[in-house]
Design a protein around this ligand. Structure first.
Ligand SMILES: [Zn+2]
Length: 80
């Protein structure tokens, strides 16, 4: 991955994540995950990583940077 991707916040809700694929918390939503995209229980101060449930991008919620991607993108067929 040469160029870093960043997601954004929803224009109408600054607290809501808006994934590059168009997913929002009220669409397919985001899961808490670790650096490899494995779903985790939300533990206090574990880390602000989220996995997009639509495209599998792993997102650092502090910087909105896409730090990786889980292997599940084949299963969803989102063309991004
Ligand atoms: Zn996504």
């Amino acid at each position: 991955m040469d160029k870093k991707e960043f997601i954004s916040h929803h224009p109408e809700d600054a607290t809501a994540l808006l994934c590059i694929c168009g997913n929002t918390p009220w669409a397919q939503g985001f899961l808490s995950c670790d650096h490899e995209g494995r779903e985790i229980e939300v533990i206090e101060k574990f880390g602000p990583l989220y996995c997009c449930d639509a495209c599998g991008r792993i997102i650092d919620a502090d910087t909105l940077a896409v730090i990786g991607r889980t292997g599940n993108e084949d299963a969803v067929g989102v063309g991004v």
